[in-house]
Design a protein around this ligand. Structure first.
Ligand SMILES: CC(=O)SCCNC(=O)CCNC(=O)[C@H](O)C(C)(C)COP(=O)(O)OP(=O)(O)OC[C@H]1O[C@@H](n2cnc3c(N)ncnc32)[C@H](O)[C@@H]1OP(=O)(O)O
Length: 213
């Protein structure tokens, strides 16, 4: 069994480490984090800060980025991949994922998530607790689906978009890249790039070049 490093020992990192541990695939799981005061988190050693992680490639050849910021997460995954690290896919054992689904490296699927037939999930996505993604959806790289989100069939979500907690997305919807769908929103029409969409039915209230998280 090989060893796994997790970048980021915050709240998301703790859940990621638990998922990895439940997979029984790694002989050792450790964190790297910029908080120098952290020595151990939930029993997992914090080895060094993020910048130094590449020095440990001989010991930990698998690297998973557990950082909530969508763009930073993808940047770090790409950097580590270019350095020759293996970037695993982490899936909690209590999920329901069709065998017709394809999920790229660096993505985590948390407990209770359901992903139905023929959906495609990109690189470095967070498929968070108890969300559902129905058939034929396409999620591009760096998308975060927060806890309790429901997404109907044949919906597409562009890169770096954050679907916030408890929102619902109807079927056959296109949501652009770098957008944020606010907590509890109900999306029944397409949403453009760089949008912040809120409410029921969800409406864009702000379009900036800096949205996405
Ligand atoms: C395991 C985990 O914990 S995963 C993480 C789960 N957390 C989430 O999903 C985060 C949920 N957070 C939200 O929904 C936030 O409101 C965000 C991210 C959308 C806020 O985004 P920001 O860009 O900071 O927007 P900001 O707070 O400035 O609000 C902008 C406007 O949108 C409104 N707004 C923000 N969120 C909502 C919402 N959920 N519903 C309705 N209106 C909203 C604000 O009232 C504000 O309106 P105003 O301009 O008239 O005052």
């Amino acid at each position: 069994m090989s060893k796994l490093m997790i970048l980021g020992a915050g709240g998301h990192g703790k859940v990621v480490a638990e998922v990895a541990s439940l997979m029984n695939k790694w002989s050792e799981i450790v964190f790297f984090d910029d908080n120098v005061d952290l020595k151990k988190v939930n029993g997992f050693k914090v080895v060094d800060d993020l910048e130094n992680c590449k020095k440990y490639k001989m010991q930990y050849e698998n690297a998973f980025v557990a950082i909530g910021n969508n763009k930073l997460r993808i940047k770090l995954i790409n950097d580590l991949s270019n350095e020759g690290f293996k970037i695993p896919l982490l899936i909690h054992p209590f999920t329901c994922i069709s065998n017709k689904v394809k999920i790229d490296e660096g993505t985590v699927v948390m407990a209770g998530a359901v992903i139905n037939a023929n959906s495609l999930i990109g690189k470095g996505c967070i498929i968070n607790t108890s969300c559902s993604i129905d058939h034929d959806c396409i999620l591009k790289d760096g998308v975060h689906i927060s806890p309790g989100v429901h997404i109907g069939g044949t919906t597409q979500i562009g890169k770096f978009t954050w679907i916030c907690i408890g929102s619902s997305i109807s079927n056959n919807i296109n949501i652009g890249h770098n957008s944020v769908i606010a907590a509890g929103a109900t999306v029944v029409n397409d949403i453009e790039n760089y949008a912040l969409a809120v409410g029921t039915p969800a409406k864009n209230i702000k379009v900036t070049k800096t949205k996405g998280r």
